[in-house]
Design a protein around this ligand. Sequence first.
Ligand code: ZN
Length: 203
Amino acid sequence: MNNNSESPQLVLCNACRLTTELAECCPRCGSRLHQRKPYSLQISAALLLTALFLLFPANALPITQTVNQGGNAYDTILSGIGFLFRSGMHGIGLIVFVASILVPVGKIIGLGVILATIALRLPLSKRQLTTAFHIIEFIGRWSMLDLFVIAIMVSVINIGQLLFALPAPAATYFALVILFTQLAAQQLDTRLLWDLEKDKNEQ
Ligand SMILES: [Zn+2]
């Protein structure tokens, strides 16, 4: 074990971002000080699991309801993408696939790997995982793009021979998947990842 007891232990106040010596409360804003966000791993894991479960209704339920002369027709995300490709709209089909399947699933898998690495102390590159986390956070700023594609899909189908199209229940679940994934990323204290390195060196 390293003995760093002579040097004062510095912490970052999560409320006002002041760096100060470890104490009960922040001397500037009075918030409670913690070395790491309390229960960050557990809260983040719970939010991520919620996002994962919501992914099922988001994909299984219809995302668009189209009304034509024959009556109502429903499309899930995947059948909607199939419709776009069959109609020769490959570009839009690809955008919808990337934004509504690839990106949300990729974000959940990426965060899952980061959480598993912290919880199970997996020997993965912390630097690469930190880069992955920054990418997930960056994509998060464009999250509404995922919802925007639903609007594109609905309007593209509208242009076709159909009378009109509406967003259906899956759109709500889809929005919740994006929301919970983003909250999970926000709750995670990524310093926990680097604590693994420190623990390893101290052993
Ligand atoms: Zn403070």
